[in-house]
Design a binder for this molecule. Sequence first.
Ligand code: 1QQ
Length: 398
Amino acid sequence: MGKYRWLLLALGAIALSSCTATESPSIDKNSLPLGVALAQTGNAALYGQESLQGVQVAGEFFNQAGQIKGHTLRLVIEDTGSDEAGAVNVFQTLINRDRVIGIVGPTLSQQAFSADPIAEQAGVPVVAPSNTARGIPQIGAFISRVSAGVDVVAPTAIQAALEINPNIRRVAVFFAQDDAFSRSETEIFQKAIRENPKLELVTVQQTQTTDTNFQAQINATLNLKPDLIVISGLAADGGNLIRQLRELGYQGLILGGNGVNTVNIFPVCRRLCDGVLVAQAYNPENPDPMNVKFRKAFEAKYRHTPSQFSAQAFTAVQVFADALARLSQEKNLSEVPLGELRQALNKEILKGVYETPLGEIRFTPEGEVLQRFFYVGQIEMSGDGQTGKFSLVKKVER
Ligand code: 1QQ
């Protein structure tokens, strides 16, 4: 142990040569620093804040459980903002300054495609809590996710829309062309529409995540008389688009993807959010014991029902906590050099089966999550448009 301690100190001294700290956090024998890189500011903060609540609950929950032998988790939380540069910066800081054992984050797929390669190169395991674009686990061996990809979640929602209204024929699609997740999701939606012989894709409209006025695209679309409009965008633009579609007279069904899967769109479209269908990877009513425990802890702390983003972020921390618990049965984690620990942890993460608030999950060797149930929710707003919720309309088994 003495030998490793000196090695770590030496490595720490090199990594921290520009810092005033005398001891690297990773040398604190009892706490293992876990990086949390989420958007707390910018347009993705509407998701990142929900995720952070899940992370905070998980940190307390798993430390109380005391499952990592001789150790606790110490969350090192940094705001990435909502762009690529912010995520890259935070990843570098967490890896080199804080010497974290792994990272939960970043919020957007758009950020992950820039930031994850940094962790991959440094050999630091990343568990993504909310990246759903195609190609995220394929960034590298150290990158996995607990957020099921657009391929598995999106088609279910088209099916649900047809069950609610079997007369749907003409479908219009909107997507935010400056966002990686939105481009990926719309591809899946468009494929599902094209492959259904009953449906006709009447238009594909491009928007930007920074747009606030969609009048031109909406007018062009409503002339084509669609009976279903499918939206892939982020929360603020998606919420505004929903509101303006209704204001300009569209009365048919609206289906939103993962970007509008947050109660944080309610203040944007208010009463006009009512009836929007959303594909979801989490159902708060899931009776699994771990979900019951998660909800109890979450609701005691925050006094509201957890959302998908909170549940997925809790799950991402759980994956680290459970994998570390198993590793700690085999060796004293304080004696393992950081580089080796990161590597062993990544292997252990991919091997595990986890009983989580999302149900039982495991990973493919590539780091893609395998999850059993998916859901379609429908937004129900109160008459005054002040409060709302997602009510379950469909549960699908994979
Ligand atoms: C992604 C997403 C966003 C909608 C959630 C944060 O799914 O960027 O992959």
